[in-house]
Write a protein that binds this ligand. Sequence first.
Ligand code: ZN
Length: 167
Amino acid sequence: MLKLTYSDYKSLRAHGEETYPHECCGVLLGNSAPDGNRVRQIVRAGNTRTDSAHNRYNIAPEELIRIQRQARGLGLDIVGFYHSHPDCPAQWSQTDFNEAHWVGCSYIITRVDQGKAAVTNSFRLTGTNEEDKQFIDEPVEIAVDGVGTIGPEESSIEFKQQEREPA
Ligand SMILES: [Zn+2]
């Protein structure tokens, strides 16, 4: 299960419309929980692939490190990634699978048809290493902002304060 707010859901889909006919990509920041990853914030990333940006995506390692550092400062982790498939199904490709290395993370793919976001799917990378990793279909739960599963008492600010308390 992947949980994200409606505004983040809308934003990552809009990103794919903006970059059409090229792929967009970004990072999902949040917290891992036994019942699934919870997205608290999404970060748009630049697509560094210039050779074939319509069907390949890549986030520069330096950019990923910077995003991870910022996330830690907010008490968040990288819980997934998203990208778009211009005029292609919202299913992972062999290349997506080969380039997925973050076990436990959610990989969101949005199909964008003629510049309009269509289906959005999520796949969780499971396994323990490169040899036995696999993608499994992951249900997505969209929460209305500020209501439902993501309440104000669970904001990143609260997490930060908890971390600072002496053990
Ligand atoms: Zn892809």
